[in-house]
Design a protein around this ligand. Structure first.
Ligand code: ACO
Length: 323
């Protein structure tokens, strides 16, 4: 018997405040035209004052539970991918656990920046396949607006806040690629590149810090590494580009997404895009895009979905799953 981790519920939450590119024209030397043409971003959501990452995560988790017909009592584990936890500790995941009214199971955070959700999916799948948990809430949630330097036009226009969540459930599969659930995964990191994208704060500095980035370098690595990791994950499953129904990429930049799709030989009609409305929500971007792809009627049960992401570390990876 093959155990598969199958998506049985998906949901998301976006803070109410929508911030169009034009708002940045009053803060830094930039323009709506520059931001649109270089990144594809038109608007992003920013959390309200006092609204934390766990607040967003709880709303997304509740939506995913409702979509799957579950209650918090059905969940064995909560994994939150985030680089913007409410506090240094305890984990945002335990705050979500408490917020949902869960007194059972275990909860922990996972930090792989923009690749966090791909890492979290892979970790949750390993817990399920090893028999450590039967149902796992996998959440990507961020309030990146709190890490932005409002004097740095090259970074402050790129990011947004939000959360997305999935319920993964152990189900019996046949061991073939016709099974629903996670079929393969490919993860990488290379700390030699830690200086091209990082936040210059943390417990060692006494401050939260701000995002620092060498945009061109990140761009170059992203285009090269994303297609490669997606290819490896597909190959591991015994599948190829022709089998893909949807690429659900990390939504950092439309030009990175398009260049990766081209390298993967997949037309843009088969790519889920939310970057225009959300900007880069780091670990939240893939579950947000999955949830919106389902809500739009694009992703349907049985579809082959390839997710791919890269971020600070560098850390990158890809998960192939049948919806
Ligand atoms: N408005 C106007 N001008 C700007 C802005 C802005 N918001 N930001 C930068 N510029 C200027 C720069 O100052 C520079 O001016 P200069 O030539 O006078 O020095 C000029 O634009 C070109 O700057 P570059 O950084 O070379 O511009 P580039 O075309 O590379 O675009 C961008 C910048 C959009 C950040 C791009 O490098 C990129 O998308 N990189 C990927 C980074 C990314 O997406 N990071 C997100 C986190 S990682 C991830 O999720 C993958």
């Amino acid at each position: 018997m093959t155990v598969r981790s199958v998506v049985c519920g998906v949901g998301h939450y976006l803070p109410e405040r929508v911030v169009p590119n034009a708002e940045f024209e009053a803060i830094v030397e930039t323009s709506d035209e520059w931001i649109r043409s270089r990144t594809g971003i038109e608007t992003r959501h920013f959390a309200a004052e006092g609204q934390t990452t766990s607040d967003l995560a709880i709303r997304a988790a509740q939506a995913a539970l409702d979509a799957g017909g579950f209650t918090p009592a059905d969940i064995d584990a909560v994994v939150v991918a985030t680089s913007t936890p409410d506090l240094t500790f305890p984990s945002t995941a335990t705050m979500v656990q408490a917020g949902l009214g869960m007194a059972q199971g275990f909860a922990f955070d996972l930090q792989a920046v923009c690749a966090g959700f791909v890492y979290a999916l892979t970790t949750a799948d390993a817990l399920i396949v090893a028999g450590r948990a039967r149902r796992v809430l996998v959440i990507g949630a961020e309030t990146f607006s709190r890490l932005l330097d409002w004097n740095d036009r090259a970074t402050c226009v790129l990011f947004g806040d939000g959360a997305g969540a999935l319920v993964l459930e152990a189900q019996e599969g046949t061991g073939t690629t016709a099974d629903r659930g996670i079929l393969s995964a490919d993860l990488h990191s290379d700390g030699r590149f830690r200086d091209i994208l990082y936040a210059d704060g943390g417990p060692s500095t006494g401050e939260t810090g701000h995002v620092r980035m060498h945009g061109r370098e990140v761009f170059r690595h992203a285009v090269e590494k994303l297609a490669q990791t997606a290819h490896t994950a597909l190959e591991q499953a015994g599948l190829g580009p022709q089998d893909i129904d949807w690429i659900v990429p990390h939504q950092a930049n439309l030009r990175i997404i398009a260049a990766t799709a081209q390298r993967m030989q997949v037309p843009m009609e088969r790519v889920i895009l939310t970057v225009a409305e959300h900007g880069n929500t780091s670990a939240a971007s893939i579950p947000l895009a999955l949830s919106i792809g389902v809500a739009r009627g694009q992703i349907r049960p049985g579809d082959l979905v390839v997710t791919e992401a890269i971020g600070g570390g560098l850390a990158w990876g890809s998960v192939v799953l049948r919806w």
